[in-house]
Design a protein around this ligand. Structure first.
Ligand SMILES: Cc1cc2nc3c(=O)[nH]c(=O)nc-3n(C[C@H](O)[C@H](O)[C@H](O)COP(=O)(O)OP(=O)(O)OC[C@H]3O[C@@H](n4cnc5c(N)ncnc54)[C@H](O)[C@@H]3O)c2cc1C
Length: 426
């Protein structure tokens, strides 16, 4: 059998579609086998009567900070999505796999339960990838390409609705290896977080999905998801406003606080229409990439983005590797690291310093804390917030409450010789 040549990092929707293109050429490495698309039982995908309407809507919503070439590419492909077998209208589940279990099983057979912790880059070309297994053991994989599908960084904020606790994220790993990032300041907060844990729409499915491994159960939950809209409309009627400005919602005879919740990260790796990042051999797709959404996101586009660009990245990585030699794998010495502790540290730095409303003072404090901890990715995040002296899309500054024409541009960040360097697009 031909040995794999490409690594796919992640086991969400983008990774799945990349894997469909690469098949046996790829090894899948995933921080955890759970992922946003399964946990939350998503329901909304992009649908548009024509690509021009969609294109205008995305660019308008992104306050002119979306990459027009990427949006054009996305819209031209998005309209064909319903033709993909996974999106067959006959299936019960909204994303169209035979069942969520079917999706997961196909992936579980393929994925190594490990996370990527380092991209080893020589002369701006990927040389190998260091992964870490659950038992802490590190392993170096020499490969020709990696497709990063490791999702966003919104779970670094508190509270967050995403259950992905892998740390470092693939985005951070790529940034540390010298890849260019942009749009980091645009982290979306959903206004209606239920009890600081999840969205009302996801509440029902989320509680149960993780604890069940039986296919029939999963399917029932997804059917339940459909009827949730009825329940939700009743629940919404029970929203009340308490003294002190707190919003409450009553659902299934329980009362929850409603608070903004970190939901989606618009920022990420800078990619082109071939899903290439600024490092040769490193491809990226899904929420990890920046470009489509700009300063704000239209609901429903994220899943479509993962499908369109996941497939695209898989195809392009396959072409990149066609003449290349196979992967070589070697084991390093045992090494233990507490990834949960690391994410808690990151959350502590962000908490209170970067959120729904931001100020220069707090952003500077966050920058200082992230510098003390040598956390380059968080330094870039705070620098992005400081550089954007305006409020635009999902980013708000109390000291600069209005959108400003001169900031109709993106800030780019790159790590060079241990320093976070900043530039911007015209
Ligand atoms: C609650 C909720 C509801 C949403 N609802 C919608 C909706 O209705 N419509 C819509 O369009 N979008 C929605 N979104 C957004 C959408 O779900 C995500 O943008 C999309 O699922 C991202 O897919 P992805 O494949 O890029 O990443 P993910 O699905 O986040 O997968 C990332 C994968 O990478 C793995 N990983 C992370 N770090 C590492 C590492 N270092 N090494 C290896 N693996 C790693 C994770 O374990 C995971 O498997 C929602 C998001 C949430 C959280």
């Amino acid at each position: 059998m031909e040995k794999p040549r490409v690594l796919i990092a992640g086991s969400g929707l983008a990774a799945y579609f990349a894997w469909r293109q690469l098949g046996e050429k790829a090894i899948v490495v995933s921080g955890s086998l759970t992922n946003n698309s399964l946990i939350s039982g998503h329901c909304f995908c992009t649908k548009s009567p024509n690509s021009q309407t969609l294109e205008n809507a995305i660019i308008g919503t992104g306050r002119n900070l979306s990459d027009r070439n990427l949006v054009k590419f996305f819209c031209s492909k998005a309209k064909g999505i319903e033709k993909l077998p996974e999106f067959s209208k006959k299936t019960e589940w909204s994303l169209g796999f035979k069942s969520p279990l079917d999706f997961l099983e196909r992936f579980q057979q393929k994925a190594l339960n490990a996370r990527i912790v380092e991209l080893n880059v020589l002369e701006n070309r990927l040389d190998s990838v260091t992964i870490q297994h659950e038992n802490g053991q590190k392993q170096v994989i020499e490969c020709n390409a990696i497709v990063l599908c490791t999702g966003g960084y919104s779970h670094y904020f508190t509270p967050a609705d995403s259950m992905n606790y892998s740390s470092p994220t693939g985005l951070e790993v790529a940034f540390n290896a010298g890849a260019m990032v942009s749009g980091l300041e645009f982290n979306m907060f959903h206004p209606f977080g239920l009890g600081g844990k999840c969205l009302p729409t996801e509440a029902l499915s989320k509680c149960n999905v993780l604890s069940k491994s039986n296919g029939a159960e999963w399917l029932k939950k997804s059917i339940l998801q459909k009827s949730l809209h009825d329940r939700l409309s009743k629940a919404c009627l029970a929203i009340s406003h308490e003294k002190g400005g707190k919003l409450k919602v009553e659902m299934n005879n329980k009362t929850f606080n409603l608070t903004p919740i970190s939901h989606y990260s618009n920022g990420g790796l800078v990619v082109d229409c071939d899903s290439k990042t600024s490092i040769q051999g490193v491809f990226a797709a899904g929420e990890i990439a920046f470009g489509i959404q700009g300063a704000e996101r239209i609901g429903g586009t994220a899943l479509t983005e993962a499908v369109v660009f996941g497939s695209n990245a898989g195809k392009k990585a396959a072409i990149h590797c066609d003449d290349a030699s196979p992967c070589r794998i070697s084991f390093g010495k045992a090494f233990f690291e507490k990834s949960k502790k690391r994410i808690i540290d990151c959350k502590k730095i962000i908490s209170g310093n970067f959120g729904t409303l931001n100020s220069r003072e707090k952003l500077l404090e966050g920058l200082e804390k992230s510098s003390e901890k040598d956390c380059f990715f968080l330094q870039a995040l705070f620098k992005a917030g400081l550089a954007r002296k305006e409020s635009r899309g999902c980013f708000n500054r109390i000291d600069f409450p209005k959108e400003r024409k001169k900031f109709e541009k993106n800030f780019l960040f790159k790590l060079e010789k241990g320093k976070v360097k900043q530039a911007f697009t015209e």
